[in-house]
Ligand binder design. Structure first.
Ligand SMILES: C[S@@+](CC[C@H](N)C(=O)[O-])C[C@H]1O[C@@H](n2cnc3c(N)ncnc32)[C@H](O)[C@@H]1O
Length: 269
């Protein structure tokens, strides 16, 4: 396996995409935080906060600093700027990949990650590392994809190969685009009791922000996906045309990948 490289980067266009995506999905994460009943003074770690909309909310709930692992210099700078603004103080920020972060043991009440695990090779080792960093009774909460609800209706002929290329794109860096569906078993093996699995699937018609979110992402990565067999450049071009035509019909439908909230609790011994 070549050295891990994060697939989506932190360029301006990706930051705009993340912001749009957060507008659609943050309410679901905030509902998860409500269910978790995060208390003032809790020790919390967030992995891969990106632009930090949820990081900001976690700090507000804790009324204090929240630790971070974030390899992107641009995203890490954003987190630092955010900490200066809200008056809750600086958390520990490891600016590196999770695999390299020297996390303390038995420390956190909660560790949270949204849309990070689908990129990571060897998710089992990453979960094990996070379990070691949790206090006994602490919780790991990951939001990630159970991918294959992703559909366009009516379905284009290229769709099945497109889905295979979507999986293959993440696999180029050892990731699993459907990781959410595997997390419960991975948690159990790492010594967590699974206490919540909550799904959310969205859909959108042309003109909706959900349609725009899925369209921007997939048309953006289509040239890379076109190189991943059995999908071909010809099929990618045909699907792109189909997608743009579907975008002009008000009855067209895009159904999103399902986001699973998977929460596990470390045994108290
Ligand atoms: C798709 S973005 C999601 C950002 C944010 N969690 C959100 O929900 O909007 C993936 C995030 O994971 C970070 N990331 C990528 N590889 C990572 C790794 N190996 N360890 C920790 N974070 C990683 C990226 O820099 C980015 O911040």
């Amino acid at each position: 396996m070549p050295r891990y490289r994060y697939l989506l980067g932190d360029a301006r266009r990706e930051r705009a995409r993340l912001q749009h995506q957060a507008g659609i999905w943050d309410p679901k994460a905030l509902a998860l935080f409500d269910r978790l009943k995060i208390r003032r003074g809790s020790r919390v770690l967030e992995i891969g906060p990106g632009l930090g909309s949820l990081h900001k909310d976690l700090r507000r709930r804790v009324r204090g600093p929240v630790d971070v692992v974030e390899p992107s210099p641009a995203f890490a700078d954003g987190v630092r700027a955010l900490s200066r603004r809200d008056g809750f103080g600086d958390g520990q920020l490891w600016q590196c990949n999770l695999v390299d972060a020297p996390l303390p043991r038995n420390t956190y009440d909660l560790i949270f990650a949204r849309w990070v695990f689908l990129f990571l090779p060897n998710p089992e080792a990453h979960v094990k590392k996070l379990v070691a960093a949790l206090k006994p009774g602490g919780r790991l909460a990951i939001e990630d994809y159970c991918r294959w609800t992703l559909r366009m209706v009516p379905e284009p002929p290229e769709w099945e190969n497109f889905l295979k290329a979507d999986g293959a794109f993440f696999a180029t860096q050892g990731g699993d685009v459907n990781i959410g569906a595997r997390l419960p078993q991975i948690y159990a093996k790492a010594g967590l009791d699974v206490i919540d699995i909550t799904p959310t699937t969205k859909y959108g018609r042309p003109g909706s922000r959900e349609w725009d979110w899925l369209t921007t992402y997939f048309l953006g990565v289509m040239p890379q996906m076109a190189t991943l067999r059995p999908f071909t450049p010809k099929q990618a071009a045909a699907l792109r045309r189909h997608w743009l035509t579907a975008g002009k019909k008000k009855t067209s439908l895009l159904i999103s990948p399902t986001v699973l909230d998977v929460v596990g609790r470390k045994k108290r011994r």
